[in-house]
Each structure stands twice: as structure tokens, then as C-alpha cells.
Design a protein around this ligand. Structure first.
Ligand code: SAH
Ligand code: SF4
Ligand code: F3S
Length: 449
């Protein structure tokens, strides 16, 4: 099908925060070429920025593609980006001939060329992982909201036996100190008050600072701490083995680093962790948590869990419930194991029946929810700062985040992007309610209770 040059576009991102970041950068790139953002169904070009982490991810993409056909028989130019694009490549247009462009997560800076090729009636496929970084070829950052993501590290060398990320995102690569600091400055100049540093293994970031000194993620965090106008720093996702002493110390020493750590453990059983090739044990994980808590006693912890990994017994699943109780997470994500083609675990013996997985997931989620509610309830009466991010449903209501990443609802005259002092007055499982205190608070430091 021949497409005229698209004038409007829509980017739809699925999956992790790194995909959200990539989606933002694609949006900025297309806008810099004169295209205008539009609603999904109406746009001349639709980019599906896909995730491949769970089962049926690819099936979902094919049904999303089908839904782009309009009633009058026309359709937009369709680009499939992200991890399904990388994993499936040329298979996508074979199965869905209406797809015009397939572009992997390391190649999307070439999107304008691919669009030009597709507009000439060709089909354009680019799943290279080029040596040159896409970042250098992307336009400068534009207006973020009060909170912004900043990808500092990509890819993964860990090869957990269930996971596709090392195949879809490639080897671990750190962006340079200069590139990250410059991008952070640009985001703050354009209004960001909170920056979340992103990476599939963000705490594996390494680089040389301006003086040529080797630095880890803690050094980068300290450099951002010095940026005037930036109020809050977060980072995600971390691997337990890359939580070194310097980074742990930063939690006690860096004022703008928020008291929240997402540290996936996946299972509470050492046998399962070994079969997952996680390269940490439950006790090494718990020791990291203990050391972080010694530096920052109020830190809120979050994690990821997989139930029903091949061979997981009832007793091993009980060990997962045990570690949830032991860590006392403020929040956590849990998933049923799903075999990903091409990963070692997909061929392992002892695949767990779906009904057993369902039952384990329900029990795990009930446990996690109980801890989450208890954490939120324990914050009632606390006085703290809230960074306002968006409007709520009720008039005059805004929603923001506490330092511990809780969603806080409050009525206020303040605007989006303001940091306000709040007393927490109510708590539910997924959010808390606050009332504003007089005066404006600057930083994340707790106001004396
Ligand atoms: N790099 C991060 C997370 C990457 S993927 C880490 O190492 O923890 C996000 C989460 O998806 C993982 O933590 C894991 O819990 C889940 N996940 C990944 N592959 C999965 C699979 N095949 N089945 C079920 N859950 C999976
Ligand atoms: Fe996947 Fe493991 Fe790498 Fe995380 S550390 S991205 S779970 S392979
Ligand atoms: Fe999904 Fe790729 Fe992120 S598989 S979780 S979008 S790295």
C-alpha cells in the first residue's frame, strides 16, 4: 500500500519504563521533523512500541495491528518498535502484511529514513544494534512534566534463564557521564523536578567523570544532587549483585536521593534462584537490604516475583511467601512464569500447571497487598513533601508522589510541579490521602512530625 508522507503520528508504548522513555524520544524525534501528535485512530502514522516480556505479548501486537484498520478500509502507516520488533523482526510483516516499518530499540533514531522509505511504497526493517549510539542522533529533550525518565544504561549481560531482555536489548552498555549530565541539565531547565535514572541494570552503570576518574551510579547520583532546581532523584531497576557499598552509602548521604529501592529477588528459594541463574542467594539479597536499611532506616522496598518457575515445589513457593514477610515490602510486582521461546527455562522439565500457578499468584498477591496496605496505614500522621504530578478526578484534587513513591491525593490550590508539605490522613491499598500544610517545602527531607 502506498502512503503519502505522514503529517500526524501517535506513539503507543507498552512494557517497562525504558520503553516509556524510548516512546518519549521517538515523539520528540518525529516532532522535530515537523510531524504533529494526534489521537490513535486518526493519526497518519501509528508506532506500536512493544514489550516481549510475557506470554502472548506478540499475539497482542498482532491483534492491535488488526484494530488499526479503519471502517472505510484505509489504515495508517504502521511501525512496530520495541522488544517484539527486535525479537520477531521480518516475521512481523510476514504475519501482518499491513505493517510498513519494523524498528528495534537500538535503531529508532533512524525512524525518519524508515518512514521516507515506507512512504515510497517500500517496507522498511531495521533491527540492527549499531555501534554508534542512537542517543547522539536524537534531537535535544523537550518539555518534560515535573517528573522525567532518563535512560543511563541499556541491555543486560545477566542471562536469567527465563528472560528475553538480553536478546531484545543486547549487551550492557552505559551512556557517557557527559551525555547523562547534559541530558539531566536539559530536563531540569525545561521544568523537571524529579529525574528517575533508568536501566535494565541501572546500578551496573559505569563511566569516567570529567577528570577521567572511574565512577559508578553513586557518582552520577551525587553529580545530579548538585544540580540546582532538581529536587528528587530515583533509579530503577537494580540487580542485587550490583548494589555495591558506595551506592548503598549514597542512600544515607545524598539528600535528593529518595528513600525507595526497587530490588527484584524473583524467588525466596535458593534452589530456584540457582535454576534461574540469578547469581544471588536469599541471604546475599537480605544482607543488601539490611545494609541499605542501616543507611536509610525509612527506605521503602519494592520487588519483582515470579511464581511457577519450572520445578518450583509447594515448599519452594512457601519460601517466597517467607521472604515477602521478612523484607516487608512497601509494594511489589508478581508474575506467573511464562516460557519465552529461545530462553533456557522454556525447555526445562517440570513446567508448572496453570491452575497451580494461578493459586500461587493469588496467595502471593494477597500477601503483598497486605504489606502494601500496612505500609500505607503506617504513614498516616506523617508529615512529608509531595511532588504534584497530575489532576485527580474531583475538582481541586491533585495527585502526587510521596518520597516513598506512594500516590498521594489531596485538595490544593498549588499547581502541577509544585512540592507541597502534606500531612497524611488516610490510607488505602494503592494510594494515600493528605491535607496540605501551610508553607511550601523545597526538598524531599521530612518535615519534623
Ligand atoms: N532487569 C530487571 C527486570 C527486568 S524484567 C531485573 O533483573 O530484575 C521485569 C520483571 O519481569 C522481572 O523482574 C521478572 O520478575 C519478570 N519477568 C521477566 N521474564 C519473565 C518471564 N519469562 N515470566 C514471568 N515473569 C518474567
Ligand atoms: Fe532479565 Fe535477569 Fe537481565 Fe533482569 S537481570 S533483565 S531479569 S536477564
Ligand atoms: Fe518489555 Fe523490553 Fe522492557 S521486553 S519490559 S519493553 S526491556
Amino acid at each position: 500500500m502506498n502512503h503519502p508522507d505522514p503529517k500526524t503520528f501517535h506513539v503507543k508504548s507498552f512494557g517497562c519504563q525504558m520503553n516509556v522513555y524510548d516512546g518519549d524520544r521517538m515523539t520528540e524525534l518525529l516532532e522535530s521533523r515537523g510531524l504533529v501528535a494526534a489521537e490513535g485512530g486518526e493519526a497518519d502514522l501509528v508506532v506500536l512500541n512493544t514489550c516481549h516480556i510475557r506470554e502472548r505479548a506478540a499475539e497482542k501486537v498482532y491483534s492491535d495491528i488488526g484494530r488499526l484498520n479503519r471502517k472505510d478500509g484505509s489504515r495508517p502507516m504502521i511501525a512496530v518498535a520495541g522488544c517484539v520488533a527486535q525479537a520477531e523482526g521480518a516475521e512481523i510483516p510476514r504475519r501482518a502484511p499491513s505493517v510498513d516499518i519494523v524498528v528495534g530499540p537500538q535503531a529508532y533514531h533512524r525512524l525518519p529514513d524508515l518512514i521516507a522509505r515506507a512512504a515510497r511504497g517500500g517496507r522498511a526493517l531495521d533491527t540492527d544494534m549499531p555501534i554508534e549510539s542512537k542517543f547522539g542522533a536524537l534531537p535535544a529533550r523537550r518539555r518534560p512534566g515535573p517528573t522525567a525518565f532518563l535512560t543511563v544504561q541499556e541491555g543486560c549481560d545477566k542471562f536469567c534463564t527465563y528472560c528475553v531482555v538480553p536478546y531484545t536489548r543486547g549487551a550492557e552498555v552505559s551512556r557517557s557521564w557527559r551525555a547523562v549530565v547534559d541530558e539531566a541539565k536539559a530536563l531540569v531547565e525545561r521544568g523537571a523536578r524529579e529525574i528517575t535514572l533508568l536501566g535494565q541494570n541501572v546500578n551496573a552503570w559505569e563511566g569516567e567523570d570529567e577528570t577521567g576518574r572511574c565512577q559508578g551510579l553513586d557518582g552520577l547520583i551525587r553529580a545530579l544532587d548538585a544540580l540546582p532546581g532538581l529536587e528528587r532523584i530515583r533509579y530503577t531497576t537494580s540487580h542485587p549483585n550490583d548494589m555495591n557499598e558506595a551506592l548503598i552509602r549514597a542512600h544515607g548521604e545524598v539528600g535528593k536521593l529518595m528513600p525507595f529501592l526497587h530490588l527484584p529477588v524473583q524467588s525466596g528459594s535458593d534452589r530456584v534462584l540457582k535454576a534461574m541463574n540469578r547469581s544471588h542467594t536469599t541471604s546475599s539479597y537480605l544482607s543488601v537490604i539490611e545494609r541499605v536499611r542501616a543507611e536509610r532506616p525509612d527506605i521503602a522496598l519494592s520487588g519483582d516475583f515470579i511464581v511457577g518457575f519450572p520445578g518450583e515445589t509447594d515448599a519452594e513457593f512457601e519460601d517466597t511467601l517467607k521472604i515477602v514477610r521478612e523484607v516487608n515490602y512497601a509494594q511489589a510486582y508478581s508474575f506467573k512464569y511464562s516460557p519465552r521461546p529461545g530462553t533456557p527455562a522454556a525447555d526445562m522439565d517440570g513446567q508448572v500447571p496453570p491452575e497451580v500457578m494461578d493459586e500461587r499468584l493469588q496467595r502471593l498477591q494477597a500477601e503483598i497487598n497486605a504489606h502494601q496496605l500496612a505500609f500505607n496505614r503506617a504513614s498516616v500522621g506523617r508529615r512529608t513533601s509531595v511532588l504534584l504530578e497530575r489532576r485527580g478526578k474531583k475538582p481541586g484534587q491533585l495527585i502526587g508522589k510521596s518520597p516513598w513513591l506512594q500516590s498521594v491525593h489531596l485538595e490544593t490550590q498549588a499547581g502541577i510541579g509544585d512540592l507541597v508539605d502534606v500531612e497524611i490522613v488516610s490510607a488505602g491499598p494503592n494510594s494515600i490521602g493528605g491535607i496540605q500544610l501551610p508553607g511550601e517545602s523545597r526538598g524531599p527531607a521530612m518535615v519534623a512530625a
